[in-house]
Write a protein that binds this ligand. Structure first.
Ligand code: NAD
Length: 496
């Protein structure tokens, strides 16, 4: 929780100077054709900045700067200890500017200030520091080989990395990509979502201030066409994408149609949260089930959007979850007391309301379902819960909003079958007091992360994050993330 009050944040917001230009080769620039788009705050629907609408000219300039800096070795060829020092300074600068960055994130994406100050901004700084700290401690291998040979297995920077990211955790998702990519010695082009470009644009300057050389870290605000141009570019070596499964499929095609750039995808989810009758603490499970879908307005790739409850505890447990839902009242995102902020924009609000309509037609509405306006002109939705059949649309498709689908089951096998009956496989959870059941179910769940008796735990950078099936490939976080931004090389030296 931030120690500053509502007045402080409103005062800071009124004084804020917002940078909206692209950052290429160490300087802020307008789009060459002068194009801009509006940055609308979902808090009240007001335009708060005009953002450079990057296009082909900016993509070409950024790729040229990134390539030049990579080939010159101004970053890639530094002793890893030096890169570490710069990354640590970059992390420290993010922390120093935490209030400003939290404010930008809240104004831009509607996230509660209590979250951006405690999760998004410190989380991004921690990520930058963690990969900085790691990079001078990992080396290659001397591999067994014939006696006349010395065989080295090393990892080296891949070259120019493009990162295309979404709007739900704008700077955190970006950091999960640019931090390991930079630490490994690559030059990076970051494309934030058009719905939330402000923090990415701002941290570019901090990276330069920290000592990351011009051209090594570039930021191109713009729409999906910028992502497409990057994915299709012949001189980009790797694209790291976080976003929807539909766009992820396109990114893979673009890579295949161009230069087969390495393609890493972190995509959608429809994660099951299974509560068994021997759950050791139903109150904690209910609070956690509500948090799993209402935190960040449900705009979470790992949202526990399918709550699977055993029939024996169904009535009791649903009553507890409904009680918890009452705590998630949409309020002003700049008020530190607010738990639920605004939906990111009108398009997303309408998309979620479309799902609510589908739910009203097919499923049973237990609470919520309506748009509210705690601040006139803003995009807010009540926490919403449906009881559903596993085949209902709201039970199958990713909604990316505060809408929970409750599914009742009779046996553990049935719960596992329903849980795995999804195109996605990002995360899953099971609540049980039995150790054997916990491990049995955890093994059967087809998901990149499984929580037992908790949800969304694991803020440490040590755990790989990513999905099975159509939730993507590759992993963010942990040392494994570095694998995405490096190529493996075998070097064989003949001694005689
Ligand atoms: P999106 O796919 O619409 O957009 C993501 C990014 O891709 C944006 O920067 C967008 O401008 C860009 N883009 C759009 N069209 C493009 C195209 N044709 N070519 C290249 N780039 C293009 O996703 P979103 O609405 O911003 O984010 C929500 C999605 O992100 C959800 O599906 C969510 O589950 C997913 N997500 C996944 C993770 C994860 O780690 N698995 C984390 C956060 C969000």
């Amino acid at each position: 929780m931030t120690d500053k009050n509502f007045d402080y944040w409103q005062g800071r917001a009124a004084d804020l100077r917002i940078e909206g230009r692209a950052f290429i080769d160490g300087v802020y620039v307008d789009a060459a054709d002068g194009g801009t788009f509006d940055c609308v705050s979902p808090i009240d629907g007001r335009t708060i900045a005009r953002i450079a609408d990057s296009g082909e000219a900016e993509v070409e300039a950024a790729v040229a700067a990134a390539r030049r800096s990579f080939e010159a070795g101004v970053w890639a060829n530094l002793n890893p200890r030096q890169r570490k020092k710069t990354m640590l300074k970059f992390g420290a600068l993010i922390r120093q500017h935490a209030d400003e960055l939290s404010l930008l994130e809240t104004l831009d994406a509607g996230k509660p200030i209590g979250d951006t100050t405690t999760v998004d901004i410190p989380g991004a700084a921690y990520c930058v520091e963690w990969f900085g700290e790691a990079i001078d401690k990992i080396g290659g291998e001397v591999a067994p080989a014939d006696h006349h040979l010395v065989g080295l297995v090393t990892r080296e920077a891949i070259g120019v990395v493009a990162a295309v990211v979404p709007w739900n955790f704008p700077i955190l998702m970006a950091a999960w990509k640019f931090a390991p990519a930079l630490a490994a010695g690559n030059s990076v082009i970051l494309k934030p979502s058009e719905k939330s470009p402000l923090t990415a644009i701002r941290v570019a300057q901090l990276a330069l201030e920290a000592g990351i050389p011009a051209g090594v870290f570039n930021v191109l605000p713009g729409a999906g066409n910028v992502g497409r141009l990057l994915a299709q570019h012949m001189d980009i070596d790797c694209i790291a994408f976080t976003g929807s499964t539909a766009v992820g499929k396109l990114i893979m095609q673009y890579a295949g149609q161009s230069n087969l750039k390495r393609t890493w995808l972190e995509l959608g989810g429809k994660s099951p949260n299974i509560v068994l009758p021997d759950c050791p603490d139903l109150d904690r499970a209910a609070a956690s089930a509500a948090g799993a879908i209402f935190y960040n307005m449900g705009e979470m790739c790992t949202a526990g959007s399918r709550l699977l409850v055993h029939r024996d505890i169904k009535d009791d447990f649903i009553a507890r979850v409904l009680e918890q839902a009452k705590k998630w009242v949409p309020g002003h995102p700049l008020d530190p007391a607010t738990g639920m902020g605004a939906i990111v924009d009108q398009i997303q609000l309408e998309r979620v309301l479309g799902y609510v309509e589908a739910g009203r037609a097919e499923s049973t509405l237990l609470c919520g379902g309506d748009r509210v306006e705690p601040i006139a002109g803003g995009y807010y939705l009540q926490p919403t819960i449906f009881e559903v059949k596993p085949t209902d649309r709201v039970a199958r498709e990713e909604i990316f909003g505060p809408v929970l689908s409750v599914i009742v089951f009779d046996t553990i096998d049935e719960a596992v079958q329903i849980a795995n009956d999804s195109d996605y496989g990002l995360a899953a959870a099971v609540w049980t007091g039995n150790l054997t059941t916990a491990h049995d179910v955890a093994r059967k769940l087809r998901a990149g992360t499984v929580w037992v008796n908790c949800y969304d735990e694991g803020g440490d950078m040590n755990f790989p994050f990513g999905g099975f099936k159509q939730s993507g490939n590759g992993r963010d976080k942990s040392l494994h993330a570095l694998e995405k931004y490096t190529e493996l090389k075998s070097t064989l030296v003949r001694l005689r």
